[in-house]
Design a protein around this ligand. Sequence first.
Ligand SMILES: [Fe+2]
Ligand SMILES: [Fe+2]
Length: 361
Amino acid sequence: MYPTATELPVRAYDNVNDSTKNAQQDAILSPRFYTTDFAKIDALKIKTEHQQMWDDILAEFRRDPNKNHFKRNEEFDADLSAMDPELREQFIEFLVSSVTAEFSGCILYAEIKKRIKNPEVRELFGFMSRDEGRHAGFINHTLNDFDVAVDLSFLTKAKKYTFFQPKFIYYATYLSEKIGYARYVTIFRNFEKQPDKRFHPIFKWFENWCLDEFRHGEAFAVLMRSNPELLEGRNKLWIRFFLLAVFCTMYVRDHARAPFFKHMGIDVDDYDRRVITLTNQISRQVFPDTVDTESEAFWALMDRMWRNTDAMRKAEAAGGFFSKVKVVLLKGANALTFVQLYLRPPHRQALPADVRMQPVW
Ligand SMILES: [Fe+2]
Ligand SMILES: [Fe+2]
């Protein structure tokens, strides 16, 4: 009999371990506690033409198709002590950043649920929080197998709230759900092609798992399309800012972990191009302006951002006065690169009549 429930990563540990410390550092960049204008979330409406879609999504959430998916089997009993130490370290780092992202979603959605009144939107955030909690628990169970489970209680104890406008929450979470889908499905498909590279059973769970993320993104898509002022006028400039911010963050972080991707038989350049292009393409269900990922000039700028960041890391490690100057210059160069990315002509299109998409990738 295998444990069917996975524990949420919030139990208190006597000593803060390295994984928890890394999660704390990760959390500086990831969503922590947000406060927002909850009245605005309550005022969200569903257009009559989208009502059926909305009802279908909520029915799917109630049916809970992945209810029995996150159960471990005998494959998880494998002896992990034989794992290559370098791979072990990289894998743990990957799991820690994933558990932080999943759990941040869990608490953000739970917080919104707690603070709003609109019954249907409340119910939606409750379901999404349930799913993210399940994902975080499942990952933490694997970290526990390495004796490095993360105590994320610091995330729930955060005293400082960052104010974020509701529309920024919609853009950022919609994108992180869809990019989460694209990442999980791309890793899953890679291991289908080269199963000998699949060094841990958790990757077999990614196929159904990514459908949860896709569904979360669909719910945000319908909400935004039903409140079209979120997608018009000056908001289009914000949307493109969020698209680029999410893509640049992922590109730089993944490239810093290139050896881990190599272990999985993945070329990080190819992976990032696929995931970013797919996310950008999916986001056209809701965003009128997106990024032109067809252009090589776009990728050249992304690559420059990564190379600057890498040089910055090296200069920081070297220390000394000249390194400090170098870091300042490189930060400036990255800011300029971001502006150049932003000023590139966007891909423009009329929004499709049918909001919903199928996860066919
Ligand atoms: Fe998730
Ligand atoms: Fe999600």
